[in-house]
Design a protein around this ligand. Structure first.
Ligand SMILES: N[C@@H](CCC(=O)N[C@@H](CS)C(=O)NCC(=O)O)C(=O)O
Length: 211
């Protein structure tokens, strides 16, 4: 399998899932700002809207959207236990993938991280932040993970929460969320993915500063 990714972007959640599963995977870096593959070529030939993640499966077909890619990877490596198999557990997994993708990633973090987003969009995102983090705080108080054990939803959530300091969100008022994030950052798969992608991110920033 080949993951098209950008350093520290939401695609890092799939890298974490690969590391959890001990899977062999290839990683192709993308410059999402310029829609270019790091190795050369137009990324829009892979994904017309120029977004990561994109997964090229072993059979050669392409899959987009975190909410589809993460359960697919979990199902490809069932022994890793990254997604529940029962209907109720599966529905809960989809619930959290939907919440993270739409209520946190797109509604809160994307406008706050995007330098091109107008102030009105940023103000709207800020107005949504507390209620979303309140919901997470309520759910995570007294729990280790979103579900009964670590799942691909946690891989996505730790990736998204990692952006908080970059857009001025202090998690301190949500102690269960802050503690969850710190706990997850210690997990070997997460620490490895973050360490590798942070190095790539810094390298990308250096190149951009020189260009
Ligand atoms: N709905 C997509 C969103 C993916 C997404 O927002 N990717 C960001 C990185 S976190 C991206 O590629 N942004 C570049 C762009 O939108 O041009 C998913 O869940 O996979």
């Amino acid at each position: 399998m080949n993951l098209y990714f950008a350093p520290l972007a939401c695609s890092m959640s799939t890298r974490i899932a690969f590391y959890e599963a001990g899977a062999t995977a290839q990683f192709t870096q993308v410059d999402t700002r310029h829609k270019l593959l790091a190795e050369g070529g137009d990324f829009r030939a892979v994904n017309p809207i120029g977004q990561v993640p994109v997964l090229r499966t072993e059979d050669g077909w392409l899959l987009t959207e975190n909410a589809a890619i993460l359960p697919y990877v979990a199902d490809r490596f069932p022994e890793a236990g990254l997604a529940p198999a029962d209907p109720a557990g599966r529905a809960r997994l989809q619930q959290w993938l939907g919440f993270i993708g739409t209520e946190l990633h797109k509604a809160v973090f994307t406008p706050l991280l995007d330098p091109a987003a107008p102030e009105g969009a940023k103000a709207y995102a800020r107005s949504k932040t507390a209620s979303r983090l309140d919901a997470l705080q309520q759910h995570l108080a007294g729990r280790e993970y979103l579900l009964d054990c670590f799942s691909v939803a946690d891989a996505y959530l730790v990736t998204v929460l990692n952006w908080a300091p970059y857009c001025g969100i202090d998690l301190a008022p949500w102690p269960a969320v802050a503690a969850y994030q710190q706990r997850l950052l210690q997990r070997p798969s997460v620490a490895r993915a973050l360490g590798e992608e942070m190095a790539l991110y810094k390298e990308e920033q250096r190149h951009r500063a020189q260009a």
